[in-house]
Ligand binder design. Structure first.
Ligand code: ZN
Length: 347
């Protein structure tokens, strides 16, 4: 009898149409509860050498203001430039290129060099959400912008060289690969069922319960059935809201709370500043898209401890991503963790 807990199988990601290989037989041993301690990194509240701290000089000679909540500025090393001239390159059928204008911005979450979302006050995280709402609303309405990708790379393991809590916004002239796949899949589902794919998915997960990590009035935090990374998570809006700009005040509060919950659970998992890439997927520019359903993806590389990470190599680069620990087991571990950050505990 085929058993998801026992036998190698592949699972479909309905948002992308891609498959992931799951090999649960390789993790038969129960979790030993072993946490490999890493020495705590003492970080100052202000670092005179940090280009994101208030009042400090940035590359290119600009100086940050003495900001007190969030700070948004044009990326000094932007991958996309707004004044890129239009143009295409074609050499036969096989060599094609197109000019890609766009905008890149940096969002500092806090003037404090040492506070990440997990350790910030809920009201301060809410102000970051408000900054994202403002940026998304402005950029998505701007002529020549096709999509607004808001994301955060956290930790040196994810290639982020500066520990000051910050994220980025890249807004290109076209819809990039990942949201384009989700765009097509959500459109097809909505046309077939009259409901958004993720509204139906959230309902299924809430009924089953085994992949739910946390829930509030507006959002569900879960490890998706098709997760690739060991502790991958999604935040899914409970209402089929297409973008940040359509959220109620309550939903903005609840998004901040859900993000703080995910980040705190991650840090508590191995009692380390947990690295990840997170980002929002939402409605592209242009026509109304009733099929688009706002959500956040969290892709963390850690597997067993602060130092043991998952690599995407070999079969995964050449064929299909693979995981051992099941998403259900990962959800159970994340669910049982405290929402009080380990560095803020009183014991
Ligand atoms: Zn997505």
């Amino acid at each position: 009898m085929f058993d998801l807990k026992e036998h190698p199988h592949r699972r479909l990601n309905p948002l992308t149409g891609e498959w992931v290989l799951v090999s649960p037989h390789r993790t038969k041993r129960p979790w030993q509860g072993q946490v490999e301690k890493v020495p705590p990194v003492e970080r100052p509240a202000y670092d005179p050498g940090c280009y994101l701290c208030p009042g400090n000089a940035r590359a290119g000679g600009l100086r940050n203001p003495q900001y007190e909540t969030t700070l948004v500025f044009a990326n000094d090393f932007a991958a996309l430039l707004p004044d890129t001239p239009a143009g295409t390159f074609e050499h036969g059928e096989l060599l094609r290129a197109e000019a890609q204008p766009g905008v890149c911005r940096v969002v500092c979450f806090s003037p404090r060099h040492d506070l990440a979302i997990a350790e910030m006050e809920a009201a301060a995280v809410r102000r970051v959400v408000d900054a994202w709402v403002d940026e998304y609303s402005e950029l998505i309405a701007r002529p020549g912008i096709g999509y607004v990708q808001i994301f955060e790379n956290r930790g040196a393991m994810m290639g982020c060289s500066n520990p000051h809590p910050h994220g980025q916004i890249w807004a290109p002239s076209t819809i990039p690969n990942e949201p384009a796949k989700e765009h097509a899949a959500q459109k097809a589902y909505f046309e077939a069922h009259g409901r958004t794919l993720l509204a139906d998915y959230a309902d299924v997960e809430l009924k089953l319960g085994e992949r739910i990590v946390a829930v509030n009035a507006s959002f569900v935090v879960l490890t998706p059935f098709w997760a690739v990374w060991p502790f991958e998570a999604m935040i899914v809006a409970r209402r089929p809201v297409s973008g940040l700009d359509r959220m109620t005040e309550r939903e903005r509060d609840d998004l901040a709370a859900a993000m703080k919950s995910v980040a705190t659970r991650y840090d508590n998992l191995f009692e380390v500043s947990f690295p990840y890439t997170m980002g929002f997927h939402q409605r592209p520019a242009g026509a109304e898209c009733p099929f688009w359903h706002f959500h956040a993806h969290y892709y963390p590389p850690l597997l067993r401890s602060a130092t043991v990470r998952k690599f995407m190599v070999g079969y995964e680069m050449l064929a299909t991503p693979q995981r051992d620990i099941t998403p259900e087991a990962a959800a159970a571990r994340l669910r049982e963790l405290s929402e009080v950050h380990y560095r803020q505990r009183q014991d």
